[in-house]
Design a binder for this molecule. Sequence first.
Ligand code: CP
Length: 308
Amino acid sequence: MKSLIDILDLTVEELDELIATAQDIIANPQKYAEACRGLKLASLFFEPSTRTRMSFEAAMYELGGNVISVTGAGTSSAAKGESVADTAKTVSCYTDIIAIRHPKEGAAYVTAKNATIPVINAGDGGHCHPTQTLADLLTIWREKGRFTNLTIGVCGDLKFGRTVHSLINAMSRYEGNKFVLISPEELKVPSYVKKDVLQQKHIPYVQTTDLMAVMPELDILYMTRVQRERFFNEEDYLRLKDSYILTVDKLKTAKPDLAILHPLPRVNEISVAVDDDPRACYFKQVLNGKYMRMALILKLLKEAGKLN
Ligand code: CP
């Protein structure tokens, strides 16, 4: 049973296919309006979410399917000590595909191992968030028209930001890209991402604490929130949370066709005034996420033999 746990579960060809399907959905929504009639998505969110949960649910409804959900660990039998494995076996009895968000790294993998239906990782702790990367990729494709020869700045919490790790993995598979890793010393990209992805694939990258010094060279600026929920100590969070605040003034030296992305939620790292700049793409990214999740649901249900 094919599931999506990590963005690298998808080949480059499969990513291209998902982008093509998403673009077709955007152009011809009516063609897909009954595609999942009679099928159900289980939306299992054991950690807070606005975009991922709602876009999965909207995606399934727009495909003509239905949704049943768990929102918050306290409302399911997880609160009584039920294991992730038993939850997966149970939910497989009622639905056709699972989207799961869980605070523990590896929980989506355990779900996929025990479910008899496809499983989509909607974020597992600080590990992976592959469908956010699908949203990011469609946004990059629609804004830049290519996945190659881009200078990609990622800024903020690069240690705990699971979306950053997935994006680096995904964009490292294309030719000519360069990464500029902008973070406080304490929130640098983990060494396993540098060693196993960037260095192993000979991808050029620089690490800096100075966003303004690198701003003029960026084609993409991917801002991230400092992940309060993953800090052991509130004092460190308070010290680091406002390390980078993107303002209209700071964009004066940026390229005119810079694409500013952010997985959202935003806390304080992009000034609201930046939203009016045509280079701000983060709300387009939110919408693109729904289209890519529609494309993914279709693909996994087809592979599971539930759709023609
Ligand atoms: N980007 C993202 O995962 O947002 P939510 O936490 O609101 O789902």
